[in-house]
Write a protein that binds this ligand. Sequence first.
Ligand code: UDX
Length: 450
Amino acid sequence: TMALGGSAVAGRRRHVLLFPLAYQGHINPMFRLAGILHGRGFAVTVFHTHFNAPDPSRHPEYRFVPIPDGMSGPAPVAIEDVVSHILALNAACEAPFRDRLAAVLEEYSGDAVACIIVDTHLLSMVEVATKLSVRTLVLRTGSAACLSCFVAYPLLIKRGYLPVQGTELPPYRVRDLMQLGKRHDLTCKLLERVVEAVKASSGIILNTFDALERRELVKLRRDLDMPVFDIGPLHLFSPAAAAESSLLRQDRRCLKWLDARPAASVLYVSFGSLACMSARDLVETAWGIAGSGVPFLWVVRPGLVAADGLTRLPDGFEEATRGRGMVVEWAPQEEVLRHAAVAGFWTHGGWNSTTESVCEGVPMLCRPHFGDQMGNARYVEHVWRVGFEVAGALERGGVEAAIRRLVTGSEGAEMRARAGELKKAAKECTGEAGSSGLAIGKLIDHMLAL
Ligand code: UDX
């Protein structure tokens, strides 16, 4: 069973250190990676901020090292706040991380530590580790196509494409690229730091797979000229990890509810852990869902509506949809998507949600909010053709029509068939002789040879 990178179980270099960025969409892939490496014989130590700290009791097999981050106050909501929050976390953690990493290294004396794997948003930690002579790999939680964009940003800005019109990154259009927002300077800095973290590392790990992004991976390898390990979809290797690393309690009652629904009949609706909508959009979404007549499972997370923190469904919605809908605060998403009753996924298009959906053959309605989500929606609609974007102002009539087109229309059935092909391809890639299975072996050999 240890055929690939089997030497990992040997006595030396059997520790791997991890430092995830403390957002759900970044924590999940890092813990999925942890599960893979632990399964191959590595002892795992996780450095983490106090902000969104993991619960060590849910991972008794790992060691946890908290890093004081000096952050207080509520989690960020607007994208500008997320950008400055990430930069602030880097600054605040740098010194305490240096101390704790040095202490851990002293404790695991000799060459027991193979390397540290750091989220690409934590450049300061990459620099600290490099100064302490620890080999560093980075985990980028988005797509290969998105990373190529980040690499190209300085050029796009220099040539005046950003923040204006035109791109040289087909199939992306300008509107599919990450918008720089009000704090233009900060967002540029954030992206530059991602690319710097990548270039300072000894290799990059991507949660994608060959059959999904073959051309994009070729391009990225050409652009970066460094080892790229496409070992995704990570959740297929580490199926229990996301449930254990969930920051909100997953409401499992919805699985029972799905059990009672006919096959391919339900629309699953969730906008991930960060996306916020206006109170008006929530109302249009609700009445669109109600008007479609399609059964639904909807994740309405606390804080989904930004303005006043009050997330309330419109009066009359519950009565209008009684018997054919369920609303939960947070769902066991992987299991929901795997459930036979689910016909389609209305998503914000986060990379985790996108890959989790294609791996279960579930077609998507995309309503991107920020960051890499516009680009992901573009791939869903125009490259893989497993769904389409709900663009423009949200109106209940448009929402209704989009839901019907996806769930009950013949076009939706074609998208479902294509998603089914991707599901098969993902299965093949994650087999022992598949591209991702082989890449895990290569990654481990690389870690041991660093
Ligand atoms: C963010 C960005 O939006 C995303 O584009 C980027 O690539 C990673 O960081 P987020 O917005 O939270 O992440 O979305 P997504 O990437 O889809 O991750 C959400 C995770 O939470 C998924 O793994 C999903 O399975 C999980 N989830 C979501 C639940 O467990 N329950 C839910 O109800 C909803």
